[in-house]
Design a protein around this ligand. Structure first.
Ligand SMILES: Nc1ncnc2c1ncn2[C@@H]1O[C@H](COP(=O)(O)OP(=O)(O)OP(=O)(O)O)[C@@H](O)[C@H]1O
Ligand SMILES: [Mg+2]
Length: 353
């Protein structure tokens, strides 16, 4: 099914957006190019500027400077009603006195579409989000997850150029959340709509996105496919924000090599400018460590997590290191035991101490 009668989808080009609130720089210089049909997620800690960025694209707020273009045409000075964007927010925003179907049809009525056409279109959209059986219910007769699906159907009904979603799942419990995020992705791919999704949940971002943009203090720090973000983080901030990360002591051997626990690892950020012998912090993921024989650390904790077990060890200098070990191999890793540690990382980020 296509959202657009003409089946096309839009490119969104955001260039150097800046927005300040008094002393607060909510967006510094924010640029992002979203390809037609792509789902890009903005991921970052609270207050980093995600909602501000989304509101600028929607036209709900005006930037100090910078531009937003749809298919090469500037919409920077257009009001929200002229941008043709579908939006879903965190809070359920359905009209309580309208049924699911009426809620979905509402935006079409505002656009002057005749009754028969809008009911047909609203029914199609309700079916798309699997709510055919609930279409005559009122919001207070539906679960939170169902209400957000109605909100999604309503956003898509108007044949928007772009779909904007600001933490649409954060009010839902974990199980519904996972199910609905997969459904949003499925629907988004089915209709092929260009989508900007905002979340502070990294697992959610990784699961549904074509590309994820990690934001930090009003800027986009890295924009990449989820697996690239995980395996090749561009900065310590991204490395620590996306997935679990250990920070362990190391020594610079040369510009390309660092020594971690007596083992040589290739440095990924070679422009670190640190001289030989400098003490640094090295970023190593839990699955890049394994237990070996030796006397480098003491096992302090072991917690079963299904197929994998999280083992925590303490290095001689007191640094704690998390490891993920296949549960079948972890049975003799009892707290108190001395151990060696092997590092198998293709490369790692270093940071000056
Ligand atoms: N209307 C406003 N007036 C003053 N400051 C604002 C306003 N809107 C946003 N800010 C500030 O701008 C910064 C970015 O806010 P924004 O809402 O974009 O963050 P966010 O990344 O969406 O955070 P969260 O994950 O908590 O939703 C914050 O410091 C916030 O306090
Ligand atoms: Mg926000």
């Amino acid at each position: 099914m296509s959202v657009h009668s003409n089946g096309s989808s839009s490119r969104v080009t955001i260039a150097s957006l800046r927005r300040t609130f008094g002393e607060v720089v909510a967006l510094d210089s924010f640029s992002l190019d979203i390809k037609p049909g792509e789902l890009v997620t903005l991921l970052g800690p609270s207050g980093c500027g995600k909602t501000t960025a989304l509101r600028m694209v929607a036209g709900l707020d005006v930037p100090d400077s910078g531009t937003v273009e749809i298919n090469g045409n500037s919409v920077t000075d257009l009001p929200p009603s002229k941008r043709n964007m579908g939006m879903v927010f965190q809070a359920y925003s359905l009209f309580p006195n309208m049924t699911a179907l009426e809620n979905v049809a509402f935006g079409l009525r505002v656009r002057g579409i005749d009754k028969a056409s809008r009911i047909k279109r609203a029914q199609e959209m309700i079916e798309l989000v699997d709510l055919g059986k609930q279409m005559n219910r009122y919001p207070n007769q539906m679960s939170g997850g169902q209400q957000q699906r109605v909100a999604l159907a309503r956003a898509l009904a108007i044949e928007p150029n772009v779909l904007l979603l600001d933490e649409p799942l954060s009010a839902l419990d974990a199980k519904v959340r996972t199910h609905l995020r997969d459904q949003i992705r499925k629907v988004q791919q089915e209709v092929g709509i260009t989508t900007l999704f905002v979340t502070h949940d990294q697992e959610e971002a990784m699961a549904i996105s074509d590309r994820v943009g990690v934001m930090n203090k009003g800027n986009l720090e890295q924009l990449d496919k989820p697996d690239v973000l995980y395996s090749n983080p561009a900065s310590a901030f991204v490395a620590t924000f996306v997935g679990a990360m250990n920070r362990v002591p190391g020594l610079i051997v040369d510009s390309k090599t660092v020594d971690v626990l007596g083992q040589k690892i290739t440095i990924s950020n070679t422009k670190h400018g640190l001289s030989k012998g400098s003490k640094v912090t090295v970023m190593i993921r839990p699955e890049q460590f394994s237990i070996s024989s030796g006397n480098l650390a003491t096992i302090t904790e072991r917690s079963f997590r299904g197929p994998m077990t999280r083992v925590v060890v303490e290095l001689n200098d007191g640094t704690k290191v998390d490891l993920d070990v296949a549960s079948a191999q972890s049975t003799d890793m009892t707290p108190g035991k001395r151990t060696g540690l092997k590092v198998s990382a293709p490369h790692a980020l270093v940071e000056a101490i």
